[in-house]
Design a protein around this ligand. Structure first.
Ligand code: COA
Length: 377
């Protein structure tokens, strides 16, 4: 059986960025307005005053300094605090299709692939803007790819699960080359009025070409030498917006239709879970953590990654081994480790080993072991 490789990646970065200071200014204006409007209830003890946010806290607690978004105005307007993404008719391409195509074109160019060379499209992300037809089928149509396409979702691990799904399809002979895309519009599910989490997410789209070695045109690629996925049910991160909403009007709170998390619990429970899975996966392949030249970690929280680095690698987080993009992109759900990979792999030499990993809602953990190889194409 031919080896299976990653031959190209692409990233679409939205044109707008919001700094912590700008986000906090908007949040604190909302808080002051709320407290003023409810001063009588607050004084009577029937309503709780809201607390202000702080840019210093955000950077210290998460490592995030700014985030890219598809719309700045709506997010920063204290009366709206939500991206405003205009309605599109069915004749127009959806937003997720549009950003998927942008990221996909870069990945295809890097891999030297034309649409007719691809046999399938997987769109794998935390939220899709409609249940059907699948966004992946629209992307397939927009790019002129034949074969099959489908959407899948396992929240923050959507990209690593998407890579394993692509590998399995190729391994079974159902495709030779697959485009796997992660259009993460996280501002759409983020509660910008929630002090504990209003700073966490940003928007982006990443794309990965996974293909058979003997079908590949690029010389310097990454062989996928192993994939490991794991899930463990937890309600510490959830979003209860679903298609049955209209069957029980008014019963789901507006907050619960957005991202909700018990951040501390997530931190405590996910770090050991993900670390154990990565360690065991490496051991199955006789690889010591110290053999890794690069670890493209999930990008949710810098302190979390620091702890994982110490536990897993016995090293402090450094740009050399464990690059970080959290400062400028924030948490972009499943796309984070792919952005890291995209921006930090060119210097690796033949036979260098690395892992792309993810962890998040579900809980879900995904680990992909890769090796830099040179093909005689
Ligand atoms: N501004 C200022 N202070 C804030 C604040 C804000 N925006 N949000 C919380 N605080 C305060 C709290 O009130 C608390 O104060 P207290 O100790 O006086 O009560 C203090 O900061 C600590 O709050 P806590 O929620 O415990 O912060 P934390 O250090 O756990 O950091 C997260 C919060 C969310 C950044 C962190 O828990 C985390 O990253 N968890 C994992 C998240 C994750 O990976 N999720 C996956 C998503 S897919």
């Amino acid at each position: 059986m031919a080896r299976i490789v990653i031959s190209g990646t692409g990233v679409f970065t939205p044109p707008f960025s919001i700094s912590n200071e700008e986000l906090v200014h908007s949040f604190n204006t909302f808080v002051r307005n709320f407290n003023r409007e409810h001063q009588d209830e607050i004084a009577a003890g029937t309503c709780q005053a809201l607390a202000e946010s702080s840019a210093e806290f955000i950077e210290k607690a998460s490592g995030i300094k700014s985030r890219f978004v598809l719309d700045r105005e709506g997010v920063l307007d204290p009366a709206i605090m939500c991206p405003r993404l205009p309605f599109r008719s069915v004749e127009e391409r959806s937003i997720q299709c549009e950003i998927s195509v942008a990221a996909a074109r870069e990945a295809m160019e890097r891999a030297g692939k034309n649409p007719e060379d691809l046999d399938a499209v997987i769109v794998s992300c935390s939220n899709t803007e409609r249940p059907y037809p699948a966004i992946a089928v629209e992307v397939q149509d927009a790019l002129g790819i034949s074969g099959f396409a489908f959407d899948m979702n396992i929240a923050c691990s959507s990209a690593t699960f998407g890579i394993q799904t692509a590998v399995d399809s190729i391994f079974r002979g159902n495709a030779r080359a697959i485009l796997m895309v992660n259009p993460e519009i996280c501002s759409g599910h983020l509660n910008f009025r929630d002090r504990d989490s209003h700073f966490i997410f940003g928007d982006v789209c990443t794309a990965v070409i996974v293909e058979r070695e003997d079908y590949c045109r690029k010389k310097d690629v990454f062989e996928i030498i192993g994939t490991k996925l794991a899930t463990k049910y937890s309600t510490n991160i959830y979003n209860r917006l679903g298609f049955l909403e209209r069957t029980r009007p008014g019963q789901t709170s507006e907050k619960e239709k957005l991202f909700v998390q018990e951040g501390r619990k997530v931190f405590k429970e996910v770090v050991p879970l993900a670390t154990e899975i990565i360690r065991n996966h490496l051991a199955e392949h006789d690889i010591a953590p110290s053999d890794l030249k690069r670890v493209w970690l999930h990008q949710a929280n810098l302190n979390m990654n620091q702890l994982m680095c110490k536990k897993l690698l016995g090293v402090e987080i450094t740009d050399g081994v464990t690059p970080t993009i959290l400062d400028t992109y924030a948490n972009t759900a499943s796309a984070g480790s792919i952005i890291c990979f995209h921006k930090n792999h060119e210097d690796l030499k033949e036979h260098d080993l690395g892992v792309i990993c993810s962890f998040g809602a579900g809980y879900s953990v995904g680990n992909i072991i890769v090796r830099r190889i040179h093909l005689d194409t």
